[in-house]
Design a protein. Structure first.
Length: 319
């Protein structure tokens, strides 16, 4: 099914409309036809998913050099605001769309299709000098991050008496981030529930810098940032009550890295897909080459079941 989806990128029919891009049909020497596309594809949203879309854009440019794909990072929540206002063609998201965002899109008449594009291990990271926290339980993470810990839990020895007398410094995602939503829900049991005396940022590279510069620091972000910054920060194992599990492709796919294994999404504006040949070509290419794209961006590819579901969802756009 995915192979057939990829072929669609060369067999699109152009539609009219304001700044809709174009598709040009060419008759080849063997009598077959192919179509080149041009125009723009506008993407915004999750900073976690952005490397995936950027990788897809780089590969796609080799197939369609006349298409300009732009990828911005307003965070998952900020991306949905723009998407539901009709400002973007695709929204990158590190969590599923929420009820208030669904309502916003419905109010604006924006119909969309949700596609799981990869998987991720939301990783808890510490400074390389930290030699005491090789594994943290979900309860210990909650002690660090719970709202009631604000201003009171400030030292590692408050997390566990065996830990040293070391000041605890926290770095994490900003409130517009889907990573923030997912982490607070998974660890504290309620989306958005967290202490506020930490250093937030929508840019995960800021968290990398903060954790790498402080021996007592803790942060969290997607596995790709761990792999890209090996030796600068390090990931700890997480114990959900069934033993310590490290974040990896294998533990996410088999479900053992709980509760911090997660799918990653793109949301496609159905009208953009149906009316802009370049958007349809890019989305088709994205899905057809998801394994290569995920590997190139240091993410975890789709399972067979997810691949089948994504192909089925794509076929349903405009049906």
């Amino acid at each position: 099914m995915i192979g057939a989806v990829g072929a669609l990128a060369l067999l699109l029919t152009a539609c009219g409309g304001q700044d809709e891009g174009s598709g040009t049909t060419t008759t080849n020497s063997d009598g077959t036809t192919s179509e080149s596309v041009s125009g723009s594809v506008v993407i915004d949203g999750s900073s976690t998913v952005a490397p995936l879309s950027e990788s897809a854009a780089d590969l796609f440019s080799e197939e369609a050099p006349d298409v300009n794909v732009t990828v911005a990072t307003s965070g998952t929540g900020g991306g949905f605001e723009k998407f539901c206002a009709g400002e973007t063609d695709i929204s990158d998201a590190s969590r599923a769309i929420e009820d208030d965002e669904i309502a916003l899109c419905e109010e604006a008449g924006i119909e969309y299709t949700e596609l799981i594009i990869a998987n991720d291990a939301l990783s808890v990271v510490v400074n390389p000098e930290n030699d005491w926290a090789e594994c943290l339980t979900v309860e210990q993470l909650q002690t660090m991050w719970a709202p009631e810990s604000e201003g009171t839990v400030t030292n590692w020895n408050q997390i566990d008496p065996s830990f040293p007398d070391q000041e605890l410094t926290l770095f994490g995602a900003g409130t517009d981030s889907g990573t923030f939503d997912y982490f607070t829900d998974a660890v504290n049991g309620e989306e958005g529930a967290t202490r506020t005396d930490y250093s937030p940022s929508e840019d995960d590279n800021v968290t990398v810098q903060g954790v790498s510069g402080d021996p007592g620091a803790v942060g969290y972000f997607g596995l790709s940032y761990v792999q890209q910054n090996e030796g600068v920060i390090k990931a700890v194992q997480v114990d959900n009550g069934e033993g310590c599990v490290e974040p990896s492709a294998e533990t996410v796919i088999d479900g053992s890295y709980a509760p911090l294994g997660r799918p990653l999404y793109i949301y496609v504006n159905n009208a953009s897909y149906g009316e802009k040949p370049q958007v349809a070509a890019f989305v088709d290419f994205y899905l057809a080459n998801e394994a290569e794209i995920a590997e190139g961006a240091l993410f975890i590819g789709l399972s067979e079941e997810q691949t089948t579901e994504a192909a089925s969802a794509l076929e349903g756009i405009g049906a």
